[in-house]
Design a protein around this ligand. Structure first.
Ligand code: ZN
Length: 120
């Protein structure tokens, strides 16, 4: 460690410049899950980006929340009698508190179909 280093300062591993605390407009901590306004340290010299352990833990937490909010399953349509049917996986059924005999309402929306539980 060089003596010129200030306490609490983070220096670029590539060019030794003091890194600045910035807010990245977007960052993909996990591929396919884009986070916005991500706190990080950025080198003003070479543009190298660094995350502290706390910042990485925060990104991990935010990515997890993002994954849970986009929780979904891909299913193939089957046929039952003269109707088309989509099966609901057990994991999703229990998450939505659906069981045999539950009533749902299917509504066409711009992006597809919305299935909503009808309260008994
Ligand atoms: Zn640098």
């Amino acid at each position: 460690m060089a003596t010129k280093m200030k306490e609490g300062a983070i220096y670029c591993a590539k060019c030794d410049s003091e890194m600045r605390n910035v807010l990245l407009p977007t960052y993909e901590y996990v591929e396919g899950h884009l986070l916005s306004n991500v706190p990080a340290y950025k080198c003003p010299g070479c543009g190298n980006v660094f995350f502290t352990e706390d910042q990485a833990a925060d990104m991990e937490q935010r990515t997890k929340a993002l994954v849970e909010s986009t929780f979904g399953f891909q299913r193939k349509i089957t046929v039952t009698g003269r109707s088309l049917a989509v099966t609901i996986p057990q994991e999703l059924a229990s998450h939505m508190r659906l069981s045999k005999g539950s009533t749902v309402k299917i509504t066409p929306i711009t992006s597809g179909l919305m299935i909503r539980k009808v309260k008994a």
